[in-house]
Design a binder for this molecule. Sequence first.
Ligand SMILES: Cc1ncc(COP(=O)(O)O)c(C=O)c1O
Length: 400
Amino acid sequence: MNARPPSKPSPPLNARPLLNRRLDGLGTTIFAEMSALATATGAINLGQGFPDTDGPEEIREAAVRALREGKGNQYPPGPGIPELRAAISDHQRRFYGLGFDPDTEVLVTAGATEAIAAAMLALLEPDDEVIAFEPFYDSYTACIAMAGAKRVPLTLRAPSFRPDLDELRARITPRTRLLLLNTPHNPTGMVLTAGEQSAIAALAVEHDLLVVTDEVYEHLVYEGTHHPIAALPGMRERTVTISSAGKTFSFTGWKVGWVTADGPLVSAVRTAKQYLTYVSAGPFQYAIAEALRLPDSYFDRFRADLGRKRDLLGDGLRAAGFEVYQPQGTYFITTDITPFGEKDAYAFCRALPERCGVVAIPNSVFYDDPDAGRSQVRFTFCKREDVLRDATARLRRLAG
Ligand SMILES: Cc1ncc(COP(=O)(O)O)c(C=O)c1O
């Protein structure tokens, strides 16, 4: 029997760091850290925004049926199954009067996350500048970095978090390629008004900018109305609108998102998607095609339910001593911890599970400026009412 050759020490790996500079520092998200803390301590997780109740039973059944009937178990069409593209197109017409050709102007993606990534990779060249609201939803930072572009913050400041439109104008340079909007805005809950949308649209037209608008919370507006910027004059040909079934139908694990835009924009984003995931999961697409055709009563009830939960958590946070910034949309509430004599939201959130058995997210992680948002903490209210009541009772311990 041959003796095994003595094992050689493995050669040292290339001395260069493995993670490239664009992504350095973006490795572990705060959501993972805080969710791990929730698991380790058994605390109520009001950190990451996912519902603790699944969406409509008939939509779950539709997914099971599709799977059993062999619909979508093999690669579905790249742009998405025709039934879902038609349903997305009809949804845009039904709620906003916007017409998109399901064959050329709609793209199904693996959640809004892939739509954001594919849009950034498709539409940006290295060193282009992207103006986005700060606090930034975390995947914007990463996707702009992966595209080699530069983010330029337009900071939303408490208590109203309204964008300063003069500041927006001042941020536009010859290198600005794109405005990345998010309304309703995560984490602040700010919803752009019709007037703000018009002013932003006028700037985009004047400077010939593209607009990518993340509207995943479009059906969760409690004050005001959601206005898609794509509906404004001169905007259709320059706007990529992104949404997702995860938020509207409480199936965040299915990762069904979509893009609606003019044909050339959709085909650019589709080219990037082709090499990211190629296609999105099949059977869920059949189910979401049915979900998008649910009657208005579904959307009304969903919003009313979350609106009640917003009030329940908001009242509880106020009673516990937080300064509460009332959100107009989304399922998040941003608060300030200064009334507790504290300033460091990250330290506060790391200690919160021990102090009272609740997990939240420090907004400071959504800012470039380490001092901006330093004392802000975000809580989600997309949980069952009994869970929110339990959480607010626990938070009352902070009131001493
Ligand atoms: C503003 C915003 N955009 C996109 C996403 C991601 O959506 P999806 O789960 O469909 O990828 C989220 C999820 O929290 C979000 O808050």
